[in-house]
Each structure stands twice: as C-alpha cells, then as structure tokens.
Design a protein around this ligand. Structure first.
Ligand code: AMP
Length: 288
C-alpha cells in the first residue's frame, strides 16, 4: 500500500496506472474508520484494479466549529485497517493541498436537494461536500466511486455533482448498503464520542425506524412522524427531523398512496453528538 500526501505525486502515479489499463476505484472518507467504511473498500476491490482511499476531515463541510474540532482522528489505526482491507493507495492530504491559497470555492447549483433535511439543518454543508469531492475527483481521477447509503441525501448530492461537472460525468457511482452494529445502530465515526449509556440509547433511532416500517399504511403519515419524534424525545434525544419522504427526491410525504418508494430519515442529537440514519421501505412497492 502506498501513502501519498501530495496531489502532485498521487495524480501522475494514478494517471500512469490508468495508462496501463488499470481501473481506478475511489473511496473518500473522513477517517476514524469502521466496518462501514471497510465495506466500501471491499466493494471497490471487487469492481476495480486499484483501490484508492482518502482520509481528509474536510473543514468546509462542517457548519459547527466544535463538531469539526471534536471529530475523531485516528490516522495510524486507519492506515492499518486500510492495509488489512486490501487498499492499494491512500491519500492523506493537508488542508492546503485540497484548498491552496489560489483556491476559489465554486458555487454548485444543487437546486432543491440542498434546501431539504440535512441542507436545512446544516447550512452550507453540501456545498462543502461538493467542494472537497470535486477537488478529490480532480486529483484521483477515478473511474468508479463508492459511497454509503448511510448518507442518503449526500448520495443524491454526489449524483448531482457528477452531472454538474463535465470532467466528472463519466465517473460511475456505487451506493453501498448501511453497515450496522449487532443491535442495529448504524456504524458511524461519531459513535466513538458517545458515552456508554448514550451508546446503549443510540439504538433507539434504528428501533424508531423499524416501528415506522411496521406501522405504515396508506394514508396520513403525520401521526407516525409524531409518534417517532415523541419516542426519540422520551429516550433523551433532541431530534432535528424525522421524515417520511419520497425516496426519489426526499419530498416529505404527508399522505402515502401505498405504492411510492419511501425513505425514512432521522437526524437527532444525543448529548452533543449528532447522529443520522435512514431506511428505505422496499416493502412499500407492494404496499405490504
Ligand atoms: P465519512 O468518513 O463519514 O465521510 O464516510 C465515508 C463514506 O463511508 C461515506 O460514503 C459514508 O456514507 C460511508 N459510510 C459511513 N458509515 C457507513 C455505514 N455504517 N455503512 C456503510 N457506509 C458508511
């Protein structure tokens, strides 16, 4: 496994590999790696010749400075995990490598998607996500990229980014399933910041989604959203949102016709740790 710190070094190396007809796959991360990240590495390994991953805690996507400051950083352990998972190339850039003094942040016309849910609660977040990915894609120049459904709305934003930037239009995007702990909690780097008691409570998010999945029938969704919100509050969460939305565009669905594909999305604070999760309702296609 080769570790690069400089764009000027990794870029020509990967160009050379491409010239040798190697298919370059890329898994961008912010580190503090867990089995969710490693599942993306595995998918990448199965689909590509060269597995590239990056670890970069991107300052421009944090709207809350204390969240950025407290974001877990475990680089040495991450490198070891990537090596064991069969990663070929790691990119560990400094901030100035991604955003040199000459860098002028473009505005990405993402449209409605950045005004909803995460976009509404984390102003500027998705512009920051696009800034870092645009730069990383430019530097790594991958043919395939791998993202987790854990960040459902981010996946929609990345899809849009790939259409907006001509240089990235040929990149093929894979969306990989959410990897969960044994009790159902979605794996997340932020889980490390939970106390033991909070960790035990955190599974309530998953259980709440399961309850919605069980209770949902054609008709009004508001009572389910209310019940879910109450449930989270009772367990000690401060929910930002509980949304039952159309899977295609994240529009909240006030009434369900029994057929439209749905996604349930939850964002909630436990102490000062903000957790997100989501679940598609494939059963909704049959209405059962
Ligand atoms: P992050 O390091 O949080 O920016 O995540 C890097 C990538 O890993 C993103 O594409 C995430 O969606 C994905 N990811 C994070 N957690 C999980 C998980 N539990 N299961 C699958 N993918 C995940």
């Amino acid at each position: 496994m080769i570790v690069f710190h400089k764009a000027a070094a990794i870029n020509p190396f990967l160009q050379q590999q491409k010239a040798l007809n190697k298919r370059i796959g890329f898994v961008p991360t912010m580190g503090a790696l867990h089995d969710g990240h490693l599942s993306l590495i595995e998918q990448c390994r199965q689909n590509c010749d060269i597995v590239v991953s990056s670890i970069f805690v991107n300052p421009t996507q944090f709207n809350d400075p204390s969240d950025l400051e407290k974001y877990p950083r475990t680089t040495e352990a991450d490198i070891q995990k990537l090596y064991e998972a069969g990663c070929d190339v790691v990119f560990l850039p400094a901030v100035a490598e991604i955003y040199p003094p000459s860098y002028k942040p473009p505005h990405y016309p993402l449209g409605e998607i950045e005004t909803l849910l995460e976009g509404a609660y984390r102003p500027g977040h998705f512009q920051g996500v696009c800034q870092v990915l645009d730069r990383l894609f430019e530097i790594v120049n991958p043919q395939e990229v791998f993202f987790g459904q854990k960040d459902y709305q981010q996946c929609m934003v990345v899809k849009k980014l790939l259409t907006l930037v001509p240089a990235h239009q040929s990149i093929h995007m894979h969306i990989c399933p959410i990897v969960r702990e044994a009790d159902g909690l979605a794996m997340s780097s932020r889980n490390r910041r939970l106390s033991e008691t909070e960790r035990q409570k955190a599974v309530t998010i998953y259980q709440t989604m399961q309850q919605i999945k069980k209770d949902i029938r054609p008709g009004e969704t508001a009572p389910l959203v209310q019940k879910a919100t109450d449930n989270l509050v009772q367990a000690g969460f401060k929910p930002d949102y509980v949304s039952i939305a159309q899977a295609s565009d994240l529009h909240a669905l006030s009434s369900w016709d029994g057929h439209t594909a749905l996604v349930v999305l939850i964002a909630a604070y436990l102490g000062d740790v903000r957790l997100i999760d989501n679940e598609l309702l494939p059963d909704s296609l049959t209405g059962s």
